[in-house]
Design a protein around this ligand. Structure first.
Ligand code: GUN
Length: 293
């Protein structure tokens, strides 16, 4: 039997829980959590993601601020904006949407963010704390994946988890978190990437596959064993003239054929994507509390 890991549904539950917490905080005079997002340039997918984050804030009673900067923004100008947010006591947490234009050094930007407001968990201080298992802001996508595994009680202990992709945003932190000594984790982790030999053979040994590759329908049924757990992080646009927008969204997994062999699988859309947003909102609530608001 295949269970669809319904990220949309779980995400609504989490957001309802947060909305209730905001309501209770309001009653005792505590401030609303306030998330800010900086978006540089006009990449279509990034605009969609940031808009979704801002809308979610509105829905659950958080305050939000969206700062849209033009593609030609210099690194120095962006750093100035970040410093303003670092110093603005009404902002509890903020993110700089990635990717940034090529003329801006991503690592330099991330290192300018105050770690106490880094609700993406991308600052080296927070990445280090995560790697050591210390309390910190966990990056939104990996944290969202842990949350959905937990809420569906998926057994990860002692399982072989194959992570495909080694990005700083998903693959790398995911591999660390799945190997840590608490649930959901305690897996035996193999991290794979574009230079991996024999990827198919490695995937065939996997009990859990977490794929964040950005290649439409890359993972096919012949690459997985019966009963596998599939977490699909990919969000790819493929041309589809039958759709109003001219495209549809697919994951990194050939869903229909892989689902037949899976015990659990996340759909695209409606799987990991909504969990990422809820996870960012949970981090923002925690930032608000940590900053004594
Ligand atoms: N781009 C893709 N995913 C993310 C994310 O989780 N945070 C930020 N800031 N940018 C992203």
């Amino acid at each position: 039997m295949t269970t669809i890991l319904d990220g949309k549904k779980v995400s609504i539950t989490i957001q309802d829980e947060l909305a209730e917490e905001v309501r209770k905080r309001n009653l005792i005079g505590k401030k609303k959590p306030h998330l800010a997002a900086i978006l540089v340039g006009d990449d279509g997918a990034s605009i969609t993601y940031v808009d979704a984050k801002v809308k979610a804030c509105e829905r659950i009673g958080f305050e939000s601020t969206l700062i849209k900067l033009p593609e030609i923004t210099t690194e120095k100008e962006l750093i100035t904006e970040i410093q303003k947010l670092n110093n603005n006591i009404s902002i509890d947490g903020f993110i700089v949407q990635l990717p940034l234009p090529n003329h801006i050094n991503e690592q330099k930007i991330i290192q300018t963010i105050d770690p106490k407001k880094d609700v993406d968990g991308f600052h080296p201080q927070n990445v280090g704390r995560m790697a050591l298992g210390l309390p910190t802001f966990l990056p939104a996508t990996p944290n969202g994946i842990l949350e959905i595994l937990k809420r569906y009680k998926v057994n990860t202990v002692g399982k072989h988890c194959v992570v495909i992709g080694r990005s700083h945003i998903v693959g790398s932190p995911m591999s660390i978190l799945m190997s840590q000594n608490y649930y959901p984790g305690n897996s035996t982790v193999t991290i794979t990437h574009s230079r991996t030999n024999n990827l198919k053979e490695i995937c065939l040994l996997a009990d859990i596959i977490i794929i964040a590759l950005g290649k439409a329908e890359f993972l096919t049924a012949d690459m997985v064993k019966e009963g596998v757990v599939i977490i699909d992080v990919g969000i790819n646009r493929v041309t589809d003239e039958t759709k109003k927008k001219g495209y549809r969204l697919v994951g990194d997994v050939k869903f229909d054929e892989v689902a037949k062999k899976s015990s659990f699988i996340t759909p695209v859309p409606g799987g990991v994507g909504p969990m990422t947003i809820s996870s960012l909102l949970m981090n923002t609530m925690n930032a608000t509390k940590l900053n004594n608001h």
